[in-house]
Design a protein around this ligand. Sequence first.
Ligand SMILES: Cc1ncc(COP(=O)(O)O)c(C=O)c1O
Length: 431
Amino acid sequence: MSLSALQEIERARVIHSYARFPVEFVRGEGARLWDADGAEYLDFLCGISVTNIGHCHPRVVAAVQQQLQQVSHACFQVTPYESYVALAERLNAIAPGPTPKKSILFSTGAEAVENALKIARYHTRRSAVVAFSGGFHGRTLATMTLTGKVQPYKAGFGPLLPEVFHVPYPMAYHGVTPQHCLAAIEQLFKADVEPARVAALIIEPVLGEGGFYIAPPEFLRSLRALCDRHGIVMIADEIQSGFARTGRMFALEHAGIEPDLMTLAKSIAGGLPLSAVVGKAEIMDAPPPGGLGGTYAGSPLACAAGLAVLDVIAEERLLERAQQLGARLITRLKALQAKYSAIGEVRALGAMVAMELVKNGSAEQPDADLTRALVQAAARHGLIILSCGVYGNVIRFLAPLTISDALLGEGLDRLDAALAEVSEAPTAATA
Ligand SMILES: Cc1ncc(COP(=O)(O)O)c(C=O)c1O
């Protein structure tokens, strides 16, 4: 079926969604995707951070094929199976910190966040939650409430969950300091909710959808201390920042602290729907049997894929590779920044890399139009990238950690060409 025929049928039969690329991918391998006409694209998005080990990694394909020939579904809450338990054991072992851990598996990121919140509430017998402006935690009723952005996630979908309070997230480029954010929490505890009523504080160590702003390690350590002081469960949402993306298995490790609970999804299973809550055993064990779970949660196929993903990360030394890729990207993006005045800032934690596009070199003048145009131009040049950010002006780079230097360089050449196409004129420095 042609792409235009597919789009026409889609418009009639599927509810409208948001702007997407006018391309249908029919094959993927590593960092490359192909459309039905055989045109090749380089993927610097990984389906929004899902295929950190590349498309159709042979280890994942083999593991899922084998599992499919054995048993495809058993419903863990009815009959346990080995791959679920084996994956839980490995997640417990890699979770940051010395406290004994337990895990529970689900299917989507939002489900993991919902359940982390349920666990925190049950454990503390408290109800309120502190979350961050610009944070993204999902689209279910509870998680959209935690999400710190009204449009398009919350407006019209209320009433929202009560007792969720948002405080600012540090954004150095926009002058929002960690001190400002900590003061906002103290103010919240004075003006709106006593800390003894707060069940959880949830934070992405690096904002994902919110724009790849990186929480400074000392800020995360201050939050850890604050949670300890008040008996608040600290939830690290590592759904976008986890699984080797930042050069550590989890981004919070850069701060050297142990979260109470951690939510995982996206790259956990190389493209199969799988998510998890991993946390301190004592907290995880609080809810009663049957209080958490789901029919498909931790499906055998996804668990088989998850075990293969962990093997690939270790065997292909992807933590190290993420650091190298991040350094290469930053070097090249800084060179592009010298060439294109619209690039206001480039930033990275490992291979979680972003550039922020602005007008007149001013952080206060985000250029969302240019960002949108660049995403489309890049696609025309055969490069898949995506925007993010509270102002819609950040390009995120999430190339597979298995990408070769040559393909990374080629992708950045395509980015350069796309930037040239959408920029009015290169700056005088290199013109
Ligand atoms: C940090 C974070 N948390 C939660 C979610 C929600 O995950 P899902 O879309 O699988 O429900 C996302 C998705 O982008 C995310 O980036």
